[in-house]
Design a protein around this ligand. Structure first.
Ligand SMILES: Nc1ncnc2c1ncn2[C@@H]1O[C@H](COP(=O)(O)OP(=O)(O)OP(=O)(O)O)[C@@H](O)[C@H]1O
Ligand SMILES: [Mg+2]
Length: 251
C-alpha cells in the first residue's frame, strides 16, 4: 500500500513547475520532500488530494490512479489521505475539543457524546487533552499544530501530508511534532509525506528523502544515502544549517 508519483509534470499556463516527479511512500514510512523555496513542493503534494491535476504523469493511491476522478470519486481518497496545512486551519470560534469533534460528527456520523469521547482520545494521543476546552487563539503555534494533527487523525487516515509542520515553531515544539509524526508512522502505520526545510526534523525522523530540484526529483534515497553522497547539490542542501550531516541529533 503506497502513494506513488510516476513522472508527474505540471504547467500553469505557460509556466512549467514540475518536470518529472517520481517518488513513493508506503504506509508506515516517513518521506521528506525537500528543495528550495518555490521549487514546487507544495504543488506536488496538492496533486494527491486532487487540489491540482497533473499536466501529465500518474499519481497512484493504494493502487488507484487518481487521474480523471470526479469530485465525488475523490471523497474516499480525501478520507484516506489527510492534509495538515502550514497555517493550521482550525476554527477560531470552536474550542480545541469541538474542532476535533467536527469531522467525527460530520463525516463519521457520531453523536455529540461519542464524538467527544473519540476526540478526547485523539487529543490525549497528541498531548493536548488538558487544553480541550480552550480556544485556538489562546494556545501557541506548536499546540495548534498538534490539534490540527488530532483533527486529521479523526477519520483514521492511511496517509497524512504535512506542509512545513515545524516551520515557525520553537525548537521544543518542533521536536515534539517530529516525534508525533514518527509515532503516527510507527504505531498507526500511517504513511507520512512531510514537506520541510527543517534539517533537524529530516535527520531525526526521515526514512526517505525526495529532493525536488529544477522541477523534478533529483534524488530519492535514505538518510544514509544522502549523507554519504558526494553530489554537490545534495551536499549543499545538507550543509544548509549549523547541523552538519555528521552531527545528527540522536532520537
Ligand atoms: N495555482 C497556481 N497557479 C500558478 N502558479 C502556481 C500556482 N500554485 C503554485 N504556483 C507556482 O508554482 C511554483 C511552485 O510553488 P510551490 O508553492 O509548490 O513552491 P514550494 O516549493 O512549496 O515553495 P516554499 O518552500 O516557498 O513553500 C511557484 O513559482 C508558484 O508561484
Ligand atoms: Mg510550499
Amino acid at each position: 500500500m503506497a502513494i506513488s508519483f510516476i513522472d508527474v509534470h505540471k504547467q500553469f499556463g505557460e509556466k512549467t513547475v514540475l518536470t518529472g516527479i517520481t517518488m513513493s511512500v508506503e504506509r508506515g514510512e516517513v518521506l521528506f520532500v525537500v528543495g528550495t523555496s518555490g521549487v514546487g513542493k507544495s504543488v506536488t503534494i496538492k496533486h494527491i488530494i486532487g487540489l491540482l491535476t497533473p499536466t501529465s504523469g500518474e499519481i497512484i493511491v493504494d493502487g488507484q490512479n487518481v487521474e480523471g476522478l470526479s469530485e465525488k470519486q475523490f471523497l474516499p481518497i480525501r478520507r484516506m489521505v489527510a492534509m495538515v496545512f502550514q497555517a493550521s486551519s482550525l476554527f477560531d470560534s470552536l474550542t480545541v475539543l469541538q474542532n476535533v469533534q467536527l469531522p467525527l460528527k460530520k463525516h463519521k456520523g457520531l453523536n455529540d457524546k461519542k464524538a467527544g469521547e473519540v476526540a478526547m482520545k485523539l487529543l490525549r494521543e497528541v498531548g493536548m487533552d488538558a487544553h480541550a476546552n480552550t480556544f485556538p487563539a489562546d494556545i501557541g503555534d506548536g499546540m495548534r499544530k498538534r490539534v490540527a494533527i488530532a483533527r486529521a487523525l479523526a477519520l483514521d487516515p492511511s496517509y497524512i501530508l504535512f506542509d512545513e509542520p515545524t516551520t515557525g515553531l520553537d525548537p521544543v515544539s518542533a521536536r515534539r511534532v517530529d516525534r508525533l509524526i514518527l509515532s503516527l508512522a510507527r504505531d498507526r502505520n500511517v504513511g507520512c509525506i512531510v514537506v520541510s526545510h527543517d534539517l533537524q526534523a529530516i535527520f531525526g525522523i526521515a526514512d526517505k528523502i525526495a529532493m525536488v530540484y529544477q522541477g523534478r526529483i533529483y534524488r530519492e534515497g535514505t538518510m544514509e544515502e544522502f549523507r554519504n553522497s558526494s553530489d554537490p547539490v545534495l551536499r549543499q542542501f545538507l550543509s544548509g544549517s549549523s547541523h552538519g550531516p555528521m552531527e545528527t541529533p540522536g532520537f
